[in-house]
Write a protein that binds this ligand. Structure first.
Ligand code: NAD
Ligand code: MG
Length: 391
């Protein structure tokens, strides 16, 4: 393939778990993909190493302290222009030369750069789910208006995207999202009160960042993914289901009105979904070996127990309330997880914080982005001042 037709990629969250998997895809397909911009929060040494390896012309650090340290350290290549803070993130997200922006920052901070990238006409590969739960209405509207692709990179949504492509929406009955059940899927319920941040940041199947690993344990992650699916695929909550599948090989199912169910399978590595989005609509050899049916393989499925996963029920409640309730769910969960990781709250406080925020913050629909961000801020305040009843 000629140099000129390489797809130019911006990677937001380059130093994280999705970022690292994306770099593996970029290394394997350097004949088709070129990294033109990267963003991270504070890991400036890692970001500098990425810029040196991939000859990245634009990089940004959201943390001003990290930017100052990076400038003083001088380890970014001289050919990389280093930006900083929120303005830098917006600049890198809208680089004129970029074709596609892979959004792999964690949390609602991804919303503004994603909207800016869409307005600048970039296709979006969306790993970050929080921004869609917060601002789905705005993101979907902007993507339609600008005629850009919103490519689902979260593994479940990528699976569904692959299963439904070429099918009529009218033929779709429901979507069934698989969930590993996380690290406490078989832990006796009475032990959950004593779970520590160290326990909750170890996942049995996936290697991921700390926030999503805790979200997998509580299944707030699956709750966020239900809301994400609602925006991406336009189905009401009653047509979105969750099934526990401990092996994480089937990444989700699409069921059609005639009862046929399609699935997408691959081992638990995000490189499959990332590569699918970055090369879309083309395909090429994957970077990880796929599922091998010559070896014994067991695939189990069971319904989730609501008593173990109250965050899942809260997510359904938020979806059914609609308006700003999903945004409140997300903001309260982000704060609750941060506070749990900082040893300020117990593990079982996470659903309590979300429930409390949903009960006190007004969930009326936000008619503009500023109003939505105000709801987000209010939910964060409420969640930050929640006092644990568990200790
Ligand atoms: P992570 O914590 O490993 O990495 C987060 C990245 O975002 C880091 O590079 C960090 O520097 C950057 N970042 C954080 N705040 C930032 C800010 N304000 N400005 C710029 N950069 C910032 O997280 P992760 O596990 O890679 O997850 C990233 C996103 O992808 C999350 O929304 C998560 O839900 C989603 N996701 C992750 C996985 C996975 O396998 N890890 C799978 C599906 C979806
Ligand atoms: Mg997922």
């Amino acid at each position: 393939m000629a140099e000129s037709v390489k797809k130019k990629v911006v990677l937001l969250g380059a130093t994280g778990s999705i970022g690292t998997s994306t770099l593996r895809v970029l290394r394997a397909h350097s004949d088709r993909l070129e990294l033109v911009g990267v963003a991270a929060h504070s890991s400036h040494n890692e970001l500098a190493a990425i810029c040196a390896e991939f000859h990245v012309p634009h990089a940004t650090l959201s943390s001003e302290a990290a930017y100052t340290a990076a400038k003083a350290g001088g380890n970014f290549p001289s050919s990389t222009q280093l930006h900083c803070s929120d303005a830098g993130l917006l600049e890198v997200s809208t680089l004129p030369e970029a074709d596609i922006v892979l959004v792999a920052v964690v949390g609602a901070c991804g919303l503004k750069p994603t909207l800016a990238a869409i307005e600048a006409g970039k296709d979006i590969a969306l790993a970050n789910k929080e921004l869609l739960v917060l601002g789905g209405a705005f993101v979907i509207e902007a993507a339609k208006r600008n005629g850009v692709r919103l490519l689902p990179t979260d593994s479940e949504h990528n699976a569904i995207f692959q299963c439904i492509e070429g099918h009529s929406h009218a033929h779709l009955q429901k979507l069934i999202l698989t969930a590993s059940g996380g690290q406490f899927r078989d832990t006796p319920l009475e032990q959950l009160a004593h779970v520590t941040p160290a326990d909750a940041t170890q996942h049995p199947n996936w290697s991921m960042g700390p926030k999503i690993t805790v979200d997998s344990a509580t299944m707030a992650n699956k709750g966020l993914e239900l809301i994400e699916a609602q925006w991406l695929f336009g189905l009401e909550p009653d047509r979105l289901e969750v099934v526990i599948h401990p092996q994480s090989i089937v990444h989700s199912f699409a069921q059609f009105i005639d009862g046929s169910i399609l699935a997408q399978l691959s081992p638990p590595s995000m490189t499959f979904a990332i590569q699918h989005c970055l090369l879309y609509p083309d395909r090429a050899l994957g970077v990880d070996a796929t599922t091998d049916f010559s070896k014994a393989l067991q695939l189990d499925f069971k319904a989730p127990e609501i008593a173990r996963f109250p965050c899942l029920q809260l997510a359904y409640d938020a979806m059914r309330t609609s308006g700003s309730a999903p945004a409140i769910f997300n903001a309260a969960n982000e704060i609750a997880v941060d506070r749990f990781l900082a040893h300020e709250l117990a593990y079982l406080d996470i659903p309590r914080v979300i429930e409390h925020a949903l009960s006190v913050v007004n969930a009326a629909p936000a008619t503009n982005l500023e109003a939505l961000l105000q709801v987000d801020a209010e939910a964060r305040n409420v969640a930050s001042s929640f006092t644990s009843t568990a200790r």
